[in-house]
Design a protein around this ligand. Structure first.
Ligand code: WT7
Length: 654
């Protein structure tokens, strides 16, 4: 979606909202200045949000120089994340609801899990993990629906110091297997089935398939969700409800170093296979807790709902760790926005009196298309703050969110961040900033954005400028390394622009100094807020026996933001057909998962290549965007005539 056209209208917070907010305009300026002037002092103070077992004496030890990249926060302190998210709240809010669970089927009753109950369940799961041989530093893969057991499993891992790696339940068995392998997991936690949108995903079957070969020692703990029959692998499979009977509901939290890994989360990049982003313990939790409180202006007693899935970083930081560290009531929703119909989100808001609501632009665009009656049928008077995440929001969707959902009364925080950043890096604060539809507005405390000239890497000063977005210094929630491959970490984020963290995004700093994210500048595309490497889809396509070559690019899509456009060259002798198109779609879904399903497949007898054989993606992007009038210089192509054929047969004629 284009954010090029800035709307002249801005939306300042009401004085009523500002005066009750944690941070108003004056306080933002003051705190932001302090956070840059004295990062150590600022973050030492903020780290008091967390209970430390042994206090840290060193705050920050960071080197961004290529070859030596090293990021450490609060390094000699110790703590336990689950104790911070549960135990420390027991005395004051043991009977308060920690998690509201809203099932896929609206006729199934919601559950309210108190902090006391959460403590018992997490301790039980921690003891089960121990009984299954999982210890400190071991990896556990979670492949679960959005059920409370997903949060129990995350927190149980942190309780005993195991490192979790969540794989979104929409990923295929192949993708799951690669991730189990990638982090050498000892155990997979899954469910029999995942109900979602009235349909069922056979999670345990997928796990069986993923673990079929080469994983003889990987155990599997299975949560019973639907109770429908499943195939048991062998003596390595265990039911959660049976194992839970055998253990105590008390498990002392392990003392962890601030820089011990907390979790691994695989994410797509511009090259190769997804990489395991590593987040550590003390800095991550401090940052998740602080951003959750400040960005959403969360106050004690509020009911907070983030509609993401725990399979993405948003679910980690803003369903589980941030909210629970703050003693919040966090809602977990198993379903989808359109089931049973397009009023589901709003019905859930009404039913549970949600105060802060956080979702993705793609969901808003889909719901907006269904008309306002679905929203207007519900009482949304409890809403105070709205949020978006995952991709740029187009002004139409922003206006609809503001007027129809928020009834002009709720500030919208457009939060820009990444799996790598652990928490929000740029966002308006609801009590501080005059919102501009589509702008990520201002850096969070301690975050120092710089706009660079893409080719030279020179810093572009002043306002009214555009370039690539880098960050000049570390913040506590920053990823520390790529699991098992520190070299790749440095090459991906610190090689192109020396001395800076390179985000992969482009941005504009407007005349007022406010930031607008313009989208990825690398070969990463953003489909319905899900991030995908074009290289991953290409390698799935060429793994098919009938495909000789493939090139994949994004193109503008009204609902998804970007769609997946594939140029495919077939092996000699293979005939293009609609059946083969369908076969390739199914193939990619199997290789990666439904989220990677190609939208458009164009048969390409040849791809535009330079004389040295490099595919000119710029040209392919233009054709996919239907912008073939401005192809630029094609004279360096080995065979310029392939371009005419591609234009002639382009799929996106709309
Ligand atoms: C990429 C990161 C962070 C959780 C969800 C996605 C894009 C994210 C915004 C926003 C414009 C955004 C960026 C970023 N993105 N939020 N508010 N405005 N773009 O995490 O899968 O790691 O993807 O999503 O391009 O680099 P992710």
């Amino acid at each position: 979606m284009s954010t090029e056209v800035a709307s002249a209208k801005t939306y300042p917070p009401s004085s009523e909202f500002s005066s009750g907010a944690h941070v108003d305009a004056g306080r933002y300026e003051e705190m932001y200045a302090a956070s840059l002037a004295d990062p150590e002092g600022f973050w030492a103070e903020q780290a008091k949000r967390i209970d430390w077992i042994k206090p840290f004496t060193r705050v920050k030890d960071v080197d961004f120089s290529f070859g030596n990249v090293s990021i450490k926060w609060f390094e000699d302190g110790t703590l336990n994340v689950s104790a911070n998210c549960i135990d420390r709240h027991l005395a004051t809010r043991g009977d308060q609801t920690a998690i509201i669970f809203e099932p896929d089927d609206p006729n199934e009753p919601a559950q309210h899990i108190t902090y006391k109950e959460l403590h018992a369940q997490v301790c039980k799961m921690a003891n089960v993990l121990k009984a299954l041989g999982v210890g400190k530093g071991d990896r556990v893969v979670l492949y679960l629906p959005m059920i409370p057991e997903a949060a129990y499993a995350m927190l149980a891992c942190t309780r005993i110091g195991a490192i979790h790696s969540i794989v979104f339940a929409g990923f295929s068995p192949d993708a799951l297997g690669a991730r189990v392998n990638g982090c050498d997991a000892k155990l997979v936690i899954t469910a029999d089935h995942a109900p979602r949108g009235g349909r069922i995903t056979k999670l345990k079957d997928n796990v069986n398939q993923a673990l079929l070969n080469d994983f003889d020692e990987v155990k599997c703990l299975v949560v019973k969700r639907t109770g429908d029959p499943i195939a048991w692998r062998n003596e390595l499979d265990f039911w959660w409800h049976e194992e839970a009977e055998k253990v105590s509901d008390d498990c002392p939290p392990e003392e962890m170093g601030a820089e011990d890994p907390l979790f691994i989360l695989y994410t797509s990049g511009s090259t190769g296979q997804p990489k395991g982003v590593v987040h550590t313990t003390g800095g991550y939790l401090t940052y998740a807790a602080m951003t959750h409180e400040i960005t959403f202006d969360y106050h004690d007693g509020d009911i907070y709902w983030c509609t993401a899935d725990v399979g993405w970083v948003t679910g980690h930081s803003y369903i589980v760790y941030g909210p629970l560290a703050n003693g919040a009531t966090t809602l977990m929703f198993e379903g989808v926005p359109t089931y049973p119909d397009a009023s589901r989100f709003w019905q859930v808001c009404e039913k549970h009196k949600v105060n802060q609501f956080y979702t993705a632009p793609t969901a808003l665009r889909a719901l907006m298309g269904q008309g306002n009656s679905f929203v207007e049928a519900c009482d949304l008077s409890s809403l105070k703050v709205l949020g978006t995440v995952g991709e740029p929001i187009n002004p139409e969707a922003w206006n609809w969110y503001n007027e129809v959902v928020g009834q002009g009364r709720c500030p919208i925080v457009d939060t820009w961040w990444q799996t790598e950043t652990g928490g929000h890096l740029m966002t308006p604060l609801p009590g501080a900033h005059a919102l501009k539809p589509g702008a990520a507005m201002k850096p969070f405390f301690g975050v120092k954005p710089v706009v660079l000239e893409p080719a030279s890497g020179e810093i572009i000063e002043g306002n009214g400028v555009e370039g690539v977005l880098c960050i000049a210094d570390s913040w506590p929630g920053q990823m520390r390394t790529v699991w098992g491959d520190h070299e790749r970490f440095m090459k991906t984020y610190f090689a192109d622009y020396k001395g800076y963290y390179f985000t992969g995004d482009g941005c504009r700093r407007d005349e007022d100094g406010d930031y607008w994210i313009t989208g990825r500048v690398d070969d990463v595309i953003n489909v319905s807020g899900h991030r995908m490497g074009t290289a991953e889809v290409e390698s799935a396509l060429v793994a098919h026996s009938k495909v000789s070559e493939a090139a994949v690019v994004g193109y503008p899509h009204a609902i998804k933001g970007q769609g997946i456009y594939c140029y495919v060259t077939l092996m000699a002798g293979e005939e293009p057909s609609d059946e083969l198109r369908q076969e390739l779609r199914t193939w990619v879904r199997q290789e990666i998962g439904p989220i990677a399903s190609p939208d458009l497949i164009q048969w390409a007898p040849g791809l535009p290549k330079t004389r040295s054989g490099k595919i000119m993606r710029r040209i392919l992007r233009k054709i996919a965007e239907n912008d073939y009038a401005t192809l630029g210089d094609t004279s360096t192509l080995a065979d310029p005539s392939v371009v005419d054929d591609l234009i002639e047969n382009r799929m996106n004629k709309g």
